[in-house]
Design a protein around this ligand. Structure first.
Ligand SMILES: [Fe+2]
Length: 273
């Protein structure tokens, strides 16, 4: 699987080797990003390994709702420490909160390029994205590993609901669906994997260039495999916010509350299972 490769330049802009590569990334909804030199991935990976230990104090972080805290999910092998941006300062060590803010920068750079390509006038970007592109919205920074005692898929097939997902995984397992077949996305040393989500597909639908939200899954991890660690960042709209669809003339052509869009996606996901 040869995914397109991008990097972030000094002006914090997302750049591809060629416009053809970029077009392919937009059509597929996934690409590799060269790890920026300023991103301290090593410290974040160490933290991810640290929380595996049974006596790690981070295992005591309380659960907030269904999605945050130290949680294991049903129907897959994932166990994770998951927190939204407004809780990072309280629970994560300083360097991890900083790491999260750097991923915010990457998320905004990706969103900025998607908006540039879309032709939607820049003054409308913030309103279209429920504030994310101007530094609001929300984001999750999650540290994941896979419990090989669970005889399930690592992660069942799904599309991500938000705008942009940034993934650092230490071993193979990620697969994307292409023409009805699941294909491996190999770990490419020195690169993150970035994919687009449904909310970004929604807000670009009536623009010059929409992005795809790709179906993906993680294969079942066995006890014989190396422990699969993942760091996952989700750039998301606020759950109580709204998303707007603009065309290149800046006309509002559609909108949805985030809650309604996510409910619709949840039904689709149930059908998919
Ligand atoms: Fe996902």
């Amino acid at each position: 699987m040869n995914l397109p490769i991008a990097f972030i330049d000094e002006a914090n802009k997302l750049v591809f080797e060629s416009s053809k590569n970029q077009a392919r990334a937009w059509e597929l909804g996934i690409f590799y990003l060269k790890v920026p030199s300023w991103l301290d991935l090593k410290a974040a990976r160490c933290f991810g390994q640290e929380i595996l230990k049974a006596d790690s104090p981070y295992r005591d972080i309380p659960q907030y709702g269904d999605l945050e805290g130290f949680i294991s999910l049903e129907n897959n092998q994932q166990t994770k420490l998951a927190l939204r941006r407004h809780r990072w300062d309280e629970h994560y060590p300083t360097e991890i909160t900083q790491f999260g803010r750097q991923l915010d920068d990457i998320g905004r750079a990706v969103m900025g390029e998607v908006f540039c390509q879309s032709g939607i006038p820049e003054p409308l970007w913030s309103e279209a994205s429920g504030g994310y592109s101007s530094g609001e919205g929300t984001a999750f920074l999650n540290f994941v590993h896979y419990d090989t005692a669970q005889p399930d898929l690592g992660l069942r097939p799904h599309t991500d609901y938000g705008f942009v997902t940034i993934l650092d995984a230490t071993s193979p397992g990620l697969q994307i669906e292409l023409e009805g077949q699941f294909c491996d996305v190999p770990v490419l040393d020195g690169h993150l994997v970035i994919n687009f989500g449904e909310a970004l597909n929604f807000i670009t639908q009536h623009s010059n260039r929409s992005v795809a939200a790709i179906v993906h899954r993680v294969t079942s991890q066995g006890a014989e495999n190396p422990v699969r660690h993942g760091i996952v960042y989700f750039a998301n709209p606020d759950l109580d916010g709204a998303l707007k669809q603009f065309d290149v003339q800046g006309r509002e052509v559609g909108s949805s509350s985030v809650g309604d869009l996510f409910t619709l996606l949840e039904q689709k996901l149930t059908n998919y299972k």
